[in-house]
Design a protein around this ligand. Structure first.
Ligand SMILES: NC(=O)C1=CN([C@@H]2O[C@H](COP(=O)(O)OP(=O)(O)OC[C@H]3O[C@@H](n4cnc5c(N)ncnc54)[C@H](O)[C@@H]3O)[C@@H](O)[C@H]2O)[C@@H](O)CC1
Ligand SMILES: [K+]
Length: 498
């Protein structure tokens, strides 16, 4: 049996679901909990060994940080196995080992009996440790890390040691994705039994590094037993839902998107959204923008039909022709913006609202019926009632509340973007911190609109657009520049899929 794999499952669960059901899943698989812990420690040791081999680190120093629960049990087992194969291993216990119970206590004893060193102080200059394993907290963690743990992690963060987390990086809440100050920043996390949704989104995603999966021989039984909370996917399968273009197809068959935005002096965002829309395959793309911006938006992208719009009546004729409308990029919040916003109340085709359009929607929740909203964290909070926001503690709750409030498929942007629709939630594998690059957020609504224009079903269109957008953001991150590469990636992926 392969002990760990980089191929991740498509269902994600809360850490609590895993804790509540692992015993039963083990029982149904004819496995005891202590065997499970043995396999968990063994999977981590196998990974560390493979890393050492690939880096030619013979007899490397490994520090295993241990806590007081079962996560520490996995750590002690890994420590013993690595010592057995000749690595120099020392356990730095951040809690008194007398707190360990049951299988974790047995694992501790076995390590000590084998001659393993356990110390309560930092055992060596951490730069000398080729590898540091984090077995302090796993699925049982919530809240803030104790101060002593934070200061230990602080010293590790600055050391040139390769960091491996056991199950979940300590400091990450595997159910909610809330992250403690000074949470462990792993290069690799070997996670057990099931993917935990809390690891996959927001700041938590960055703490995990690469995620490897170890089913411990009970993953199948677990997934039969428990319904997942989210799917975690690159949604590559959705590419098949894009209709194949007939050789004799023409632009009028491939949708007509109207993008509304770009207030006085703000031509950039709407141009980016419109260009992304065009390059992601929409048949016709029109832009309604402030008259001052027409030249700037059209410049170098002559496929766009750009209209200077002074007042709402100018917009009516354009709205009549549109099959998809995007409202908001660079719209602003002034009287001009508000007039166009309210004019969209007559929209009967799918409506994607982003950016300033969302701020105006927050102020006038009944005015428009959005099909898709694409908020970042701040915009999402604005969309909720003040009292509601107070009781929202994490990204999943936030996405769900926005969905309930707007009844629009909600795309909560950020690393591991959450897409929340009716009874379905997708956490996208892509969606990177490169969103921080100027303009990267602006292109998403354009890509979504283009896919809707091509008759891709709404949820699939959104998942796919977020995927394409994430890849584009990654490219942009590599370049250090705005890689407006959505269409290039799009056609590239289509080619790969044949
Ligand atoms: N149940 C089992 O037998 C198995 C458990 N496994 C491992 O066990 C882990 C879960 O173990 P546990 O449930 O013991 O939990 P942890 O080892 O994650 O946590 C240990 C203890 O820390 C406490 N704690 C939580 N938040 C805290 C905070 N902010 N400050 C201080 N203390 C805090 C908890 O109350 C818990 O008692 C998994 O992540 C996995 O690594 C695996 O070995 C597979 C088998
Ligand atoms: K851990």
């Amino acid at each position: 049996m392969k002990q760990f794999s980089a191929n991740l499952p498509q269902k994600a669960y809360t850490a609590q679901q895993v804790r509540d059901n692992e015993a039963l899943a083990a029982e149904q698989s004819g496995t005891t909990l202590s065997q499970l812990m043995q396999r968990a420690g063994s999977a981590v040791a196998a990974y560390v060994q493979s890393y050492c081999q690939s880096q030619e680190l013979d007899g490397a120093y490994t520090v295993v940080l241990c806590g007081k629960g079962n996560n520490a049990g996995d750590g002690y087992i890994a420590a013993k196995l690595l010592k057995e194969v000749g690595l120099r291993v020392v356990v730095w216990s951040l809690f008194d080992p007398s707190l360990l119970k049951g299988d974790a206590q047995d694992a501790f004893k076995a390590f000590v009996d084998f001659g393993g060193d356990v110390t309560r102080k930092c055992p060596l200059d951490l730069d000398e440790a080729a590898i540091t394993i984090d077995a302090v907290f796993g699925g049982g963690f919530h809240g803030q890390l104790p101060e002593a743990v934070q200061s230990a992690f602080d010293s590790i963060e600055n050391a040139s040691t390769y960091k491996v987390s056991v199950d979940i990086p300590s400091g990450v809440n595997g159910t909610t994705s809330e992250v403690s100050d000074n949470a462990f920043q792993a290069d690799v996390t070997v996670t057990f039994i099931a993917l935990k949704q809390g690891m996959l989104t927001g700041q938590a995603r960055g703490c995990c590094g690469q995620i490897l999966f170890a089913g411990l021989g009970v993953a199948k039984a677990f997934s039969k037993l428990v319904a997942g909370t989210s799917s975690f996917s690159s949604e590559v399968q959705h590419f098949r839902s894009i209709p194949v273009r007939a050789y004799d197809s023409y632009k009028h068959q491939l949708g007509h998107v109207l993008l509304i935005g770009g207030g006085k002096g703000m031509a950039g965002a709407i141009r980016l959204a419109a260009e992304a829309c065009l390059r992601s395959g929409a048949g016709l793309v029109s832009v309604a923008t402030h008259p001052d911006n027409v030249g700037a938006v059209l410049q170098g992208r002559y496929e766009l039909m750009v209209h200077g719009v002074e007042t709402a009546p100018h917009l009516h004729a354009l709205l009549e022709k549109a099959t998809i409308v995007v409202l908001g990029p660079g719209l602003g919040l002034d009287a001009w913006a508000k007039e166009l916003f309210f004019a969209c109340s007559e929209v009967t085709c799918p409506l994607v609202i982003d950016a300033d359009g969302l701020t105006l929607l927050a102020q006038n929740p009944q005015a428009l019926k959005a099909t898709v909203v694409t908020p970042h964290l701040g915009e999402a909070k604005r969309l909720l009632d003040k009292n509601d926001v107070e009781y929202v503690h994490h990204r999943f709750e936030l996405a769900e509340k926005v969905y309930q409030t707007t009844k629009a498929i909600t795309v909560l942007k950020g690393p591991g973007t959450i897409i929340q629709g009716y009874e379905r939630r997708n956490i996208n594998r892509s969606g990177t911190p490169a969103m921080a690059s100027a303009g990267m957020g602006d292109v998403l609504s354009g890509i979504i609109a283009a896919l809707l224009a091509q008759q891709v079903p709404t949820f699939a269109a959104v998942c796919l657009a977020v995927y394409i957008h994430g890849l584009a953001a990654e490219e942009a991150a590599k370049d250090g520049a705005l890689g407006l590469v959505a269409s290039d990636l799009f056609s590239h992926i289509r080619r790969i899929l044949g």
